[in-house]
Write a protein that binds this ligand. Structure first.
Ligand code: DQA
Length: 140
């Protein structure tokens, strides 16, 4: 059974309440229950969310040397700014898949650039919360 960490960055704790026309009306905790049921017996899904860049880096270091088989990472806006998170992904051994709920390429230009994508195994974006399921499937 695969052990996969779902890692969510800033403002994703507000899913369900935050800009529902962009991110939908469902909380991540609610969605996670469904996701865990779906992959029952196939994958153990760990979850961590932080609004702090350093806490996300620390988590990647903590799990990145065999503690998990892979990381599904939505870094929120840090995706577009954080060289440190990109370096953290490059520095660990386990594969990371970058995910986004929205199609960042249909949005403002500053969202078109990712500081993480080149360090990741792949990128999935634009499928709503289903982006996470697709990433977990791919990781398995
Ligand atoms: C996001 C896209 C980012 O541009 C934004 O800053 C987020 C959420 C997404 O999942 O669509 O916080 O990562």
């Amino acid at each position: 059974m695969k052990k996969i960490l779902i890692l969510n960055g800033p403002n994703l704790n507000l899913l369900g309440r935050r800009e529902p026309t962009v991110y939908g009306g469902r909380s991540f905790e609610d969605y996670l229950t469904e996701l865990r049921q779906r992959f029952d017996g196939q994958a153990e899904l760990l979850y961590f969310q932080s609004n702090c860049e350093g806490a996300l880096i620390n988590k990647l270091h903590e799990v990145g040397f065999g503690e998990v088989d892979g990381v599904v990472f939505n870094a929120g806006a840090y995706t577009h700014t954080s060289i440190a998170l990109g370096d953290a992904i490059r520095g660990i051994e386990v594969p990371v898949i970058e995910v986004h709920i929205s199609n960042v390429h249909q949005r403002e230009e500053f969202r078109h650039r990712s500081m993480l994508a080149a360090a990741c195994r792949g990128v999935i974006c634009g499928f709503g919360l289903d982006s996470y399921r697709l990433a977990v499937e791919s990781m398995i």
